[in-house]
Design a binder for this molecule. Structure first.
Ligand SMILES: Nc1ncnc2c1ncn2[C@@H]1O[C@H](COP(=O)(O)OP(=O)(O)OP(=O)(O)O)[C@@H](O)[C@H]1O
Ligand SMILES: [Mg+2]
Length: 259
């Protein structure tokens, strides 16, 4: 099927050994009520760099990410992390930021504290980790505010700060800058790149082609529940190999059989 690149990181100058990778998915299907929303999806994600999932609305990107992260079970197929099926330890080393931030009805700091506590971080370290994460995300001034009154962009920053405070080895990001202004988008992108440089593998969904060009080391292009191609980013933007990706980049709806 896909052309799976072996080493796609543009920043390959650093030597990291990510304890979770490679991530392998084999023949993943997701068919609630018999309708195939994912159809035999197979992929491999290597360490280093940012793997960007692109594709039209409804292609199955968020479903695939949820299955990889272990939030919903696949109807068929397997996911393995460095050859191992996910367990509690493996799940604890990953974090995800959702398309719509899910925040607790508590203060900003308490949202971080809750996540750190759930991850088993001792009380003595939690305050420091929370403060650092808020500072890095540029929202230290919002620490005492109820999370639910934050603006959409502030909530997205908080969700990312909370995920990063867990110091995950793999970070899944589902459209983390979808409702952000250009300055906030740049701030989030800087945070994501800094995490990547520290050795955290980033798997990210975006509809922003410019963002994908700026950040991605490889592109996983999805169309109607399948992976149409997986290519190094430079090759993808130079000449995508699938008709679906060519149409997407050209801003055309992809219609089968030339219809
Ligand atoms: N539990 C479910 N039951 C039925 N259909 C579902 C279910 N979950 C998702 N879908 C459908 O599956 C398709 C893929 O959904 P998904 O959220 O993965 O799309 P996406 O690629 O992330 O799109 P977007 O770019 O709009 O976020 C959609 O058509 C959605 O309506
Ligand atoms: Mg989605």
């Amino acid at each position: 099927m896909n052309n799976i690149p072996q080493n796609v990181s543009p920043n390959a100058s650093f030597a990291v050994t990510n304890p979770l990778l490679p991530l392998r998915a084999e023949d993943l299907s997701y068919a609630p009520d018999g309708l195939a929303l994912l159809d035999k999806v197979s992929l491999q994600i290597a360490e280093g760099g940012i793997s960007m999932i692109l594709g039209p609305n409804g292609a199955g990107k968020s479903i695939l990410m949820r299955i990889l992260h272990g939030l919903i079970p696949a109807s068929a197929g397997t996911v393995s992390w460095r050859g191992q099926t996910a367990n509690r330890e493996i799940r604890k080393r990953q974090a995800m930021v959702f398309q719509k931030p899910v925040l607790l009805r508590r203060s900003v700091t308490a949202n971080l504290d809750h996540a750190l506590n759930a991850a088993g971080v001792p009380r003595a370290d939690r305050n420091r980790r929370a403060t650092e994460a808020l500072k890095e995300a540029g929202i230290a001034h919002l620490a005492a505010r109820p999370a639910r009154v934050l603006s959409g962009g502030e909530q997205q920053r908080l969700a990312l700060a909370r995920a990063l405070s867990l110091q995950p080895d793999v970070l899944f990001l589902d459209e983390p800058t979808a409702s952000l202004d250009p300055a906030s988008t740049a701030a989030i992108e800087a945070l994501v790149l800094a995490a990547e440089r520290r050795g955290c593998k980033i798997v990210m969904i975006s509809h922003d082609i410019h963002q994908a060009r700026r950040l991605a080391s490889e592109i996983i292009f999805m169309d109607r529940g399948r992976i149409a191609e997986q290519s190094a980013a430079a090759a993808f933007f130079e000449a995508p190999s699938s008709a679906a990706a060519r149409d997407y980049l050209a801003g055309r709806l992809h219609l089968p059989n030339g219809a």
